[in-house]
Design a protein around this ligand. Structure first.
Ligand code: NCD
Length: 336
């Protein structure tokens, strides 16, 4: 795809070459994300970070990524704080905001809403999660993490064995991850969920069409055996009619160190898009795994910064100018 000026709305936009370019750019940005070097390559540029659903990582990492490239960030975090609460259409909000910004990141509870918003925008729009539909930047950072983790065990994405566990029906992060995994050969995927929260049929069909071997199970012990990657997810409570319906499924797919040791191959990588629900009734990823070196959840969040910096650099056309604008930072060498 042509990155310059493009929206990032769905994983469907990318082919393998695009993914390789995003990952190569992300690697080049490592010294900047880790503050060994700074750049002001986006000086003067403005990001509108519009989050109409709760978010910690996605919102702050998009904002930090933009700041680390030298740009400025404007934020809205509640529908009530914008004119959407007064009945303004997404079209009008988009048309107006795009006059104030150079790029917009948007998260919204309705599937398809970010694409609708993007139609009216005169600047690129990035989907930060639209309802239960997609979360493309999360899938990119997840795949980047899968690649790095597997490489550290002398494996690669091709031929990898991945278990997706939890709420596969409503989890937009898994939906986008499935789509990006379809670009690779010889992958096998275990879909581990309660029967009512299975991956939507159209995605299972697409995976099968691409010759990905699929095993669907409700048994977490069967699901986590003989895989390279465990990708745990939270029950997406906010997508259920009410919280008591969601609570029927909480705690059914829980991983802790004991279950891991008994059932998993050594060095099985543990991932989660976060937030993990650490309340007792849910606890899909027990905190007793925190010292497990294969727990990759914080490497995932660090990688999110690199991927989001890469996306901004590519769609705003500055990826090849970053090195020329780089300088070192005095305060970094003083940092303990
Ligand atoms: C995910 C999301 O919002 O879809 N979180 C995130 O962006 N890292 C997953 C979730 O909320 O469970």
């Amino acid at each position: 795809m042509e990155f310059l000026g493009s929206n990032i709305l769905s994983i469907d936009q990318f082919d393998r070459k695009d993914i390789d370019l995003i990952f190569k750019t992300a690697d080049q940005l490592f010294p900047f994300a880790s503050r060994q070097k700074i750049t002001r390559v986006l000086q003067g540029a403005i990001l509108s970070n519009m989050f109409f659903e709760p978010s910690t990582r996605t919102r702050i990492s998009f904002g930090s990524a933009f700041n680390m490239l030298g740009g400025e960030v404007r934020e809205t975090t509640e529908v009530e704080a914008t004119s959407l609460a007064k009945g303004e259409s997404l079209y009008d909000t988009s048309r107006v905001l795009s006059g104030y910004s150079d790029v917009i990141v948007m998260r919204h509870p309705l599937a398809g809403s970010v694409a609708e918003f993007a139609k009216a925008s005169r600047v690129p729009v990035i989907n930060g999660g639209d309802g239960d539909n997609e979360h493309p930047s999360q899938a990119l950072l997840d795949l980047f993490t899968i690649k790095k983790e597997l490489e550290s065990h002398k494996k690669n994405i091709e031929s990898s064995r991945i278990a997706l566990i939890g709420d596969l029906k409503f989890g937009r992060a898994v939906h986008s991850l499935c789509k990006v995994l379809m670009l690779y050969e010889n992958i096998s995927i275990k879909l581990v969920s309660p029967n009512e929260l299975k991956l939507p049929n159209f995605l299972v069909g697409e995976l099968k069409k691409r010759n990905i071997s699929i095993l669907e199970t409700q048994d977490i012990k069967e699901g986590i055996a003989d895989v390279d990657i465990l990708y745990m997810t939270r029950i997406q409570e906010e997508r259920f009619n009410n919280s008591s319906e969601a609570s029927k499924y909480k705690g059914l797919m829980s991983l802790n160190q004991e279950i891991y040791t008994k059932n998993c191959e050594p060095n099985t990588v543990i991932m989660h898009p976060l937030p993990r629900d650490s309340r007792k009734d849910a606890n899909e990823l027990d905190e007793d795994l925190n010292q497990n070196p294969n727990l990759a959840i914080y490497r995932q969040t660090d990688n999110g910064l690199l991927i989001r910096m890469a996306l901004f650099s590519l769609i705003l056309g500055v990826a090849d100018k970053i090195e020329d604008t780089a300088s070192s930072v005095d305060w970094f060498s003083n940092k303990s």
